[in-house]
Design a protein around this ligand. Structure first.
Ligand code: KIV
Length: 268
């Protein structure tokens, strides 16, 4: 009989930080990838709205809808058994008002089966984060480069380089913690600032392009596994080149079909 693994929950991440255990998070968008990453012991699977760029070919995450994320979250939840599954709330699904945010986050948990949601931004989303948490929905925050604001930021650029912006980011992190978020993604900010934030909040920080001092790290799985065809951010480490392996395998298959090597006759 196979042993049942313990499902990670949002409060477990805070415990991991307390014990000094680093948190490994990757994005996942479907059941088969979720199953493989879960088998590998990845702690958190993020159904990121990056799915719009990675899977659907959009230039930004803005066209991604709540229905898209519900659909992909359902698949990821079916594939994972240990990892905490966090669903991204897409552009404008939590910024209009807190009631709408609550209804939309509720769909990600009820229909998608997510264990938590992630929202981008500082001060403007603090009260919304509080409302979601009060309703029993675990919320992950996201500060620094917030891709849903790409047009306002002028591109996918490093953030909080100036003293005033860095101070604001620290205040935002504290306000989100006070509102009840269980973790914070810090994207594309200086490593020393990420270290300072990590020291000032009790909730774990999960860095992406934010240096080594965070309590965990996240990468877009397609970037880390070498499945992305276009350019990848400079901070990404590629742990495999699965895209090249797939092209090679498909090329060999096509040659085998064309030259009659596949299928082989039975017994030969
Ligand atoms: O959508 C996403 O994949 C993300 C990560 C890059 C943190 O928000």
């Amino acid at each position: 009989m196979s042993e049942r693994v313990k499902q990670l929950r949002a409060p477990d991440l805070k415990e991991m930080k307390r014990r000094g255990e680093k948190i490994a998070m990757l994005t996942a968008y479907d059941a088969s990838m979720a199953h493989l990453l879960d088998r590998a012991g990845i702690d958190v699977l993020l159904v990121g709205d990056s799915l719009g760029m990675v899977l659907l070919g959009y230039e930004t995450t803005l066209p991604v809808t709540l229905d898209d994320v519900v659909y992909h979250t359902r698949a990821v939840v079916r594939g994972a058994s240990r990892a905490l599954v966090v669903a991204d709330m897409p552009f404008l699904t939590y910024r209009i008002d807190a009631s709408e945010a609550l209804r939309n986050a509720g769909r990600l948990l009820q229909q998608g089966g997510a264990h938590a949601v992630k929202i981008e931004g500082g001060r403007p989303v603090v009260e919304t984060a509080r409302r979601l948490v009060e309703a029993g929905i675990p919320v992950m925050g996201h500060l620094g480069l917030i891709p849903q604001s790409v047009h306002q930021l002028g591109g996918f650029r490093p953030q909080a380089r100036l003293e005033g912006d860095a101070r604001q980011l620290i205040e935002d992190a504290r306000a989100l913690e006070e509102a009840g978020v269980f973790a914070l993604v810090l994207e594309s900010i200086p490593a020393d600032l990420a270290g300072e934030v990590s020291g000032q909040v009790a909730v774990p920080t999960i860095g992406i392009g934010a240096g080594p001092h965070c309590d965990g790290q996240v990468l877009v799985s397609y970037d880390a596994l070498g499945l992305t065809s276009g350019p990848i951010p400079p901070f990404v480490k590629q742990y495999a080149h699965l895209g090249d392996a797939m092209v090679e395998a498909a090329r060999t298959y096509a040659q085998d079909v064309r030259e009659g090597r596949f299928p082989a006759e039975k017994g030969k």
